[in-house]
Design a protein around this ligand. Sequence first.
Ligand code: NAP
Length: 283
Amino acid sequence: MAELIDGKALAKEVRAEVKARAEAFRATHNRAPGLDVVLVGEDPASQVYVRNKERAAAKAGIEGRVHRLPAETTEADLLTLIFELNGDDHIDGILVQLPLPDHLHDQTIIDAIDPAKDVDGLHPFNAGLLVVGRKGLRPCTPSGCMRMLEHVACDPKGKRALVLGRSTLVGKPIALMLLEKHATVTIAHSRTIDLADRVRESDIVIAAVGRANLVKGDWIKEGAVVIDVGINRLDDGSLTGDVDFAGAKERASHITPVPGGVGPMTIAMLLSNTVDAAQARIL
Ligand code: NAP
């Protein structure tokens, strides 16, 4: 029976570390690290995410500000705001809540963020640093997954790791991070034809697809570590991951629940990135 990887408890630990680092930063530099979040439109899920980020930042001693803009905001107006935030010395992190309304192009806006303030780690410059194995701001959810592996003393070195999903947000960066830690990495996606076999041979399985119960419990190799990034809402309103949790926990050595797994880690790593950005900017 697998041991649960408690994302809530681990996120609390990370937030406490961040708080101590934010306090030390304030003591030295006479200001708190600053995180500005930009929310365009009234998407209910995005509003909840942004409120959670605002609250978590305040608790961690980070000066959080939210810019709430109407859904019809033009690209020119949004870019003007981003350039203002880029130029404000008290702002260390800029996060644009995605997805943006249809008339705005996510990538155009992300490209405009100063890479030194890109706490979501989505700017192509930071993505490039990850590819070449250099220090930089890295996407929060993949960083949270790596922290979870470290927490359960799962060293990827020499292990077979399978990443399901190849998005810029999760799949690709986590695959690169596992590779950096010397895992033998396979990336599966919608055209993969032998998914069950790939899962069966993997010591680490990271599922980031967005399809409930895609990964069957009996595919999981005995003793594998399973990190379920997927968030899927079922008809009864409850949330579930991409992995058949009940089946997989009979075979895995460690597994993350959904909810209460990777989700809480994402915000904690965002706060951590903000303090990293603040420190890097004053060096
Ligand atoms: P995405 O951009 O939609 O990417 C999904 C990926 O899954 C794509 O690469 C797609 O392949 C692949 N895929 C689709 N069907 C597949 C199949 N049958 N077998 C294998 N791969 C398949 O999604 P995302 O942004 O990466 O997010 C993935 C999931 O993680 C979602 O449920 C999202 O809600 C969740 N998420 C959670 C957190 C968190 O904090 N816990 C953060 C971010 C995302 P193709 O490239 O071939 O289309």
